[in-house]
Design a protein around this ligand. Structure first.
Ligand code: CA2
Length: 151
């Protein structure tokens, strides 16, 4: 039977969201994002596994664990711009991975314009604040229903 679980994986420093750099990230906390994402996913019949780590290898292991899920919403934070290990893990799993960013990385420093992950992700959503996560959930729901995995 098709999975109805979406894994939402967050990388380094995202646990510090809330009051630093509000011009870039707003004032939302990661706990706020989790609550919004759980409610949004539940409205479409999905359960959520929501995790954050500062360790690259842990993100790799969590991607492996998400292999048979309905999809993965991945904000790899700074690892987005550097990690071949996370890219390889995305390539290895069956589930669609949506790369998300709170900020519009293309309106920021040049080193944020390149992602090692985008080419192997199903798609990329950035610049919509916490709503980037909700749009990614919608994209996974649409992908699952298009593939006939869910009705
Ligand atoms: O915009 C995003 O979601 C990012 O993935 C956030 C990463 C950044 O390295 C990416 O280029 C874009 C940084 C997360 C750091 O989180 C902070 C938390 C508190 C205060 C400042 C940053």
């Amino acid at each position: 039977m098709a999975s109805s679980t979406i894994h939402i994986l967050n990388g380094p420093n995202l646990d510090r969201l809330g009051n630093r750099e509000p011009d870039v990230y707003g004032t939302v906390t990661l706990a706020d994002i989790e609550a919004q994402a759980r409610a949004h996913a539940a409205g479409q019949g999905f359960e959520v596994v929501f995790r954050q780590t500062s360790r690259e290898g842990e993100l790799v292991e969590w991607l492996h664990e998400a292999s048979d899920s309905a999809g993965v919403v991945l904000n790899a934070a700074a690892y987005t711009h550097t990690s071949i290990a996370i890219r390889d893990a995305i390539s290895l799993i069956e589930s669609p991975v949506v790369e998300v960013h709170i900020s519009n990385v293309f309106a920021r420093e040049a080193f944020r314009h390149h992602s090692t992950l985008s080419a192997v992700a199903k798609g990329v959503i950035c610049g919509f604040g916490a709503q980037s996560y909700l749009l990614a959930i919608d994209a996974i729901a649409a992908t699952a229903s298009q593939a006939g995995k869910r009705t």
